[in-house]
Design a protein around this ligand. Structure first.
Ligand SMILES: NC(=O)c1ccc[n+]([C@@H]2O[C@H](COP(=O)([O-])OP(=O)(O)OC[C@H]3O[C@@H](n4cnc5c(N)ncnc54)[C@H](O)[C@@H]3O)[C@@H](O)[C@H]2O)c1
Length: 265
């Protein structure tokens, strides 16, 4: 299938690591020009250098998606660089697993800032120019935690549930401008190469939940809850995102689709 992404411009938040990085690579391989918006400068610059060496059009704008002023600057710089934006992937995410009764409120504030305010800020900033051109594809990376309610992921899951409701409402409001809004929900997804996990990444060796993938017994226990009996890898998420970013999906909006080996049905 020819996805027809040549000449399209895309912004990928959280594009420096893991799932976001795989999406950036997928968009580049399909011929799109990509702007990575991430706050992990070192990791993002590494990705940009690799992709430019391979001949792709990719740039990086250092952005904290939870900070509205920084997101406004992201839009200005992107529109100066590219004139217009066709595709917005809200992929930046952050969480630390922990029981609701134990977690410090500072973790919740950060989870809400990144996982809920991030997509709100970025959509509010980019959607007007999409609406003016009567063209746009917004893809929010949700989570099965937002569909089923997940142990030790109460506030993170609440944010992702919020993203699902936000996306459905925006699909209704923006459809008249031919802007589609869909949600792709991963389940447990681990980078194939540990170095693809950014320094602030969920799966970075220093992060509190990295024991899940370092301890084979724990990982095996988690994976047994997945009908397809394996965890996801970033490359699993990419094909659906590319389809939703293309005109092949022009009659699909407001949908929530899991790519998680059947974890949420
Ligand atoms: N990996 C999983 O198991 C899993 C499961 C379900 C959903 N998700 C979702 O998929 C998306 C990607 O997850 P991942 O596993 O690739 O995570 P990751 O931690 O490997 O990468 C997240 C990226 O977002 C960036 N980021 C974090 N906070 C940011 C901020 N405030 N501003 C800008 N950039 C920021 C990080 O620097 C990093 O590059 C997230 O939205 C996450 O919630 C992941």
């Amino acid at each position: 299938m020819n996805l027809g992404l040549q000449g399209k411009t895309a912004v990928v938040t959280g594009g420096a690591s893991s799932i976001g990085k795989a999406i950036v690579e997928g968009l580049c391989a399909e011929g799109a020009a990509v702007v990575i918006a991430d706050f992990d400068d070192e990791q993002a610059e590494r990705v940009v250098a690799q992709l430019r060496t391979a001949g792709h059009t990719v740039s990086f704008i250092s952005t904290d998606v939870g900070d509205r002023a920084q997101v406004e600057r992201l839009v200005e710089q992107t529109l100066t660089e590219h004139d217009h934006i066709d595709i917005l992937i809200n992929g930046a995410g952050w969480t630390v697993n922990g029981l609701f009764l134990d977690k410090p409120v500072e973790d919740w504030e950060r989870e809400v800032a990144v996982n809920l305010w991030g997509p709100i800020n970025c959509t509010r900033a980019f959607a007007p120019s999409m609406a003016r051109r009567s063209y746009g594809k917004i893809i929010n990376i949700g989570s099965d935690a937002g569909r089923v309610g997940e142990y030790q992921e109460a506030v993170y899951g609440a944010c992702k549930g919020g993203v699902i409701a936000l996306s459905k409402a925006l699909a209704r409001e923006l459809g008249r401008y031919e802007v589609t809004v869909n949600v792709v929900c991963p389940g447990l997804t681990l980078p194939e190469k540990p170095e693809d996990a950014g320094s602030m990444s969920l799966w970075h060796a220093d992060s509190p939940q990295s024991h899940i993938f370092r301890d084979e017994e724990t990982l095996a226990k988690v994976v047994r809850r997945y009908p397809l009996r394996r965890h996801g890898v970033p490359a699993d998420i990419v094909p659906l995102v590319l389809l939703l970013a293309s005109d092949q999906s022009s009659y699909i909006t407001g949908q929530v689709i899991s790519v998680s080996g059947g974890y949420a049905m």
